[in-house]
Design a protein around this ligand. Structure first.
Ligand code: AHR
Length: 499
């Protein structure tokens, strides 16, 4: 197999936000996972777990989406401000029916993103909220002058306004966010977004319209039909982004399947379902192209990842699952797809950052463990803000059972501002190593400055007792050739080469 890289053809900038994260009020995603409160015995800074924040900084989280998810359309932000003892409690009806005490609210979110050093993506409530409520939240967060909401913020201890980078107008409004029809939601989008005022013109808020579920191209079309003639991105973005949600359920939505116990057929089924993201991005992108050929509106894949049956013995509503080498491959395949579509995909948020679905980190009390997915995000951080290069793999043979045939290797290649090339390769074969010859159009003398791999048995995963079963290891199975490099990719692996 050969990988040809044409370094003379740059295909666009890979938006750092493609490597975004999502954290919802769901299970132990926030409480226990990120936030333990100032009085916890677990080391923390202003309530945020120090171990988790330090680990997240290493993967360079570019943006964090909060507070949901389905939770967003039931969240009333005023319940989450002011003295914690008096904050109103609510039932988290979507996620386990547990009591939400609102001790993590707006101020805590901005403290978390301050510590992470990332951009902010707030998701507003359209399903059960009002225009006034959404508008006042934006005023509370971003208005620097004298107003009822800015006074309230100051009285709650924060003098200066914060910055919102992205604001989502509802979540999954075709489902948990109100079961709306696309035309109805689109009309609401037009109305709600009007009152997301830009108080700081130097830092306009980018507005995200709620997009489709999986292959609902009709939703994309009808929403754009209703909204697009008013889309004037120059005027602080009537619509800066349109979202898309897609999860990999290996055995389908009903059964989902175990996170750690699966056979080779299910492995290939999972690989094939991860690759399906390419078709979704391409086809939704084609619909968007008919309205927005200049690609001013970003595709925002703000929920993606593997979703399995919750771990036995845990609350099924908490969506807590293990994370194996299979998840490393879902991450490698999907991030390669987003990089390849960087002309349209401007943000993506894996679901979800801690303890929920395809997480970066799992915690139990004061223990934490990095997942295989974390290590892939660490490898791929070099792509953030780099220029995508044109590539071609000259082998189209497929592997896997008849129904779930997949290519052996997927790739993406970028070059950063210092001229360093980052190559990421996913070997989808459960059992076979793959030789690949890498060459450039002009560059010949290829010096590898860094090479790592995330690999292992397809079921391998990290536990609190054995946290290093799957890590990012030094990789040396490559050699220089007259034309470039010859690399041997281990089976079930994600490899990084820096040249
Ligand atoms: O990520 C879990 C849930 O999946 C989100 O709350 C919802 O938006 C989606 O259905």
């Amino acid at each position: 197999m050969k990988l040809f890289i044409n370094e003379k053809v740059k295909k666009g900038t890979i938006s750092p936000e493609i490597y975004g994260q999502f954290s919802e009020h769901l299970g132990r995603g926030i409480y226990g996972g990120l936030y333990v409160g100032e009085n916890s015995d677990i080391p923390n800074e202003n309530g945020m777990r120090t171990d988790v924040v330090e680990a997240l900084k290493e993967i360079k989280v570019p943006v964090l989406r909060w507070p949901g998810g389905c939770f967003a359309d039931e969240y009333h932000w005023m319940d989450g401000i002011g003295p914690k003892e008096t904050r109103k409690k609510m039932v988290n009806t979507h996620w386990g029916g547990v009591t939400e005490d609102n001790s993590f609210g707006t101020h805590e979110f901005f403290e978390l993103v301050r510590q992470l050093g990332c951009k902010t993506y707030i998701n507003g409530n359209v399903g059960s909220g009002t225009v006034q409520e959404m508008s006042e939240w934006v005023e509370y967060m971003t208005f620097g002058g004298l107003s009822p909401m800015s006074e309230l913020r100051k009285n709650n201890g924060h003098e200066e306004p914060w910055t919102i980078d992205y604001f989502g107008v509802g979540n999954e409004n075709w489902g948990c966010g109100g079961n709306m029809r696309p035309q109805y939601y689109a009309d609401l989008y037009r109305r709600f977004q009007t009152y997301i005022r830009i108080y700081n013109p130097e830092h306009p808020i980018k507005k995200i319209c709620g997009g489709a579920n999986v292959d609902d191209y009709d939703w994309t079309k009808k929403v754009l039909d209703t909204c697009f003639d008013h889309a004037i991105p120059e005027a602080h973005g009537f619509m800066d982004g349109l979202s898309l949600h897609y999860y990999v359920h290996p055995e389908g939505w009903e059964i989902k399947g175990s996170s750690t116990d699966f056979d080779r057929d299910v492995w290939y089924k999972t690989m094939s379902k991860a690759l399906y993201m390419d078709e979704l991005v391409t086809k939704h992108g084609k619909v968007m192209d008919t309205y927005d050929p200049e690609k001013k509106i970003g595709m925002i894949v703000d929920e993606w990842g593997g979703w399995y049956t919750a771990e036995p013995g845990t609350n099924p509503g908490f969506l807590y699952q293990q994370n194996t080498v299979r998840d490393a491959l879902i991450a490698g395949i999907t991030l390669n797809i987003f990089n390849q579509h960087c002309d349209r995909v401007k943000m993506a948020c894996i679901a979800q950052m801690i303890n929920v679905l395809q997480a970066m980190i799992l915690t139990d009390g004061d223990q934490m463990v990095k997942t295989p997915t974390y290590h892939v995000f660490h490898q791929y951080r070099y792509h953030q803000g780099a220029e995508l290069l044109d590539t071609q793999i000259t082998d189209d043979s497929l592997i896997g059972p008849d129904e779930w045939r997949v290519p052996e290797v997927t790739e993406s290649v970028s070059v950063d501002k210092d001229g360093v090339t980052t190559i990421t390769l996913a070997n989808l074969s459960a059992d076979d190593a793959q030789d690949i010859e890498i060459s450039f159009a002009e560059k010949k003398d290829l010096n590898v400055s860094e090479a790592t791999v995330v690999t292992g048995d397809i079921h391998a995963h990290n536990t609190f007792e054995a946290p290093s079963e799957v890590i990012e290891e030094k990789f040396d199975a490559y050699q220089k050739t007259a034309d470039g490099l010859k690399v041997t990719l281990p089976p079930a692996s994600v490899t990084l080469l820096r040249i």
